[in-house]
Design a protein around this ligand. Structure first.
Ligand code: FAD
Length: 480
């Protein structure tokens, strides 16, 4: 008679349709049977260390998940819902263990949120094929994948018309979110601490809990959305929402984000000039990449979107890759960005584009190497956005930056860190060096002269690297 809420990347109690449905289901059953709903809902999370390893989940994200699981366990206990965390190796072990669990607790119906990634969907198919009654709710996007189609009925391959159609659909109905369910039973005793058996890295710089996430979202919507377009490209300015980690593990839902935005900018969906439009478009980029993952499952398996890119002869020099990872390329903006990632587990969007372009174009390293390194280190690591961002940067993707457009890491630095504030924060060795010299990459010369700065010579000369990249990547040109 019980129902089960199976938590995944939807680690929240508010606006969680699956959780609400699990509670309603139990209530309906108890009303029918004349029993109390008491104790009829359980909740479960599968920890899958081998799978995490295969998916390159960052230790900082696992720590973040662990902290949020502990918050959820307490909140569920207050609602009278017991919460179990079960360790299995990987998704393959899930169907059998889930069947045993359901049998033991006499549970007939399971509720969960669907996920767009290939392996996750395979897991769900296997669970369903084993006869388990699993009801999935599509809430990882605001508009469900495959619901935003072009006139021919296909998924868009270009962002701008996708975004237009997305807004057209979204503006037809008011944003709805569902409330946290009411208690189904008396509060349970305090649950014991949950520990995920996996490598972890401290994520304490990011508050957990829905209250903290909503506070950040509200503050951003109230006071920062207005300036977002003007300041979002400057890494020294705290001008973006920094909610990606919350969206990645589902502490926030996309509907809640849209609702917060429309609360302050009700015209964002309808007026092209609304100050809320720019940020709205970022939320739509997130959806675009998730829809692509469903429409083109090979993306989850590392395929180039543009199959002509299969012919690119990547150089893949391991030492150069290592220098990029460690922030030793001699290009200050690239190095400062990589150190931001290594030190904090997060990187500003402008810098994700600059570093990805540098790796794939200046160094001609396969974008998959960079995608993997990002995923292994980002607190907001997310297959859809990460893959989309990397393929966009490498020029191999759907609606990608063209292969012949190569970011100039020097002018990007002058433009987006004009005062050098960001660079100096992460490259303290450049403290005291004239900004003009930093921007002109004259630091090694200067260092030799005064013997006071130890910084790296540029790993490759920009103009040379640019022409080399264009020559190598031209195989992606249609008809080449
Ligand atoms: P804001 O600028 O405030 O945007 C709000 C939200 O919109 C973000 O939290 C995010 O959910 C979404 N969003 C914004 N930009 C994008 C985008 N370009 N693509 C998809 N969604 C977007 N984002 C991730 O969440 N996880 C990743 O693993 C990831 N990897 C990336 C790799 C590369 C090479 C690139 C170029 C981008 C990547 N992004 C990724 C997208 C983007 O950089 C981050 O979402 C953003 O920097 C997060 O900061 P924020 O929350 O302050 O974003």
């Amino acid at each position: 008679h019980n129902s089960l809420m199976w938590f995944r990347q939807d680690l929240r109690l508010q606006d969680n349709q699956a959780l609400v449905a699990a509670c309603e289901h139990a209530q309906q059953l108890s009303q029918r049977g004349g029993e109390q709903a008491s104790g009829k809902v359980r909740a479960l999370f599968f920890a899958t260390p081998k799978q995490w390893q295969q998916h390159d989940v960052a230790p900082i994200q696992i720590d973040f998940i662990e902290r949020q699981l502990n918050v959820i366990a307490h909140e569920l206990a207050e609602l009278g819902i017991p919460f179990d965390v079960i360790h299995v190796a990987d998704f393959d072990e899930v169907p059998a263990l889930l069947a045993q669990y359901l049998d033991y607790w006499q549970i007939e119906q399971v509720f969960a949120s669907s996920e767009p990634e290939f392996n996750e969907r395979q897991r769900d198919r296997k669970v369903l094929a084993s006869g388990i009654k699993l009801k999935l709710f599509s809430q990882h996007c605001y508009l469900a994948p495959l619901s935003v189609r072009n006139l021919a009925g296909d998924m868009y391959k270009v962002f701008t018309p996708f975004a237009k159609k997305w807004r057209d659909i979204a503006k037809q109905t008011p944003v709805r979110t569902v409330a946290k369910p009411l208690a189904v039973a008396k509060p349970l005793p305090l649950p014991s601490a949950i520990e995920l058996r996996y490598q972890k890295r401290c994520s304490d710089d990011w508050l957990v809990g829905e209250a903290a996430a909503h506070k950040q979202l509200r503050q951003f919507a109230r006071s920062k959305v207005n300036d977002y377009q003007a300041v979002r490209d400057f890494p020294a300015i705290d001008g973006t929402s920094q909610i990606s980690a919350y969206l990645a593990i589902g502490i926030l839902s996309p509907a809640q984000c849209l609702q917060a935005l429309l609360g302050y900018y009700p015209d964002a969906l309808v007026d092209d000039d609304s100050p809320g439009r720019c940020w709205l478009n970022e939320l739509i980029w997130r959806e675009f990449y998730r829809h692509l993952l469903i429409a083109f499952p090979s993306l989850s398996k590392g395929a180039n979107f543009n199959r002509l890119a299969d012919h690119v002869a990547w150089r893949n020099d391991p030492q150069e890759f290592q220098a990029w990872c460690e922030g030793r390329t001699g290009y200050p903006l690239v190095d400062a960005a990589m150190r931001q990632l290594n030190q904090t587990g997060w990187m500003h969007n402008r810098l994700r584009m600059v570093t990805a372009s540098f790796l794939t174009k200046h160094l001609l390293v396969d974008w998959r190497w960079g995608e993997r390194y990002f995923k292994q280190n980002l607190i907001d690591g997310d297959l859809a956005a990460n893959n989309g961002g990397w393929q966009w940067s490498a020029g191999t993707g759907c609606d990608a930056q063209p292969y012949f457009r190569v970011f100039n890491p020097i002018s990007q630095c002058e433009k987006f860190d004009p005062t050098g504030e960001f660079i100096r924060k992460y490259l303290p060795e450049l403290d005291g060096v004239d900004l003009k010299l930093i921007h002109k990459l004259k630091i090694p010369f200067q260092a030799q002269l005064f013997g006071c700065v130890s910084y790296f010579s540029p790993i490759v000369e920009h103009k040379f690297a640019r022409s080399r990249a264009i020559a190598q990547l031209a195989v992606m040109k249609r008809g080449a």
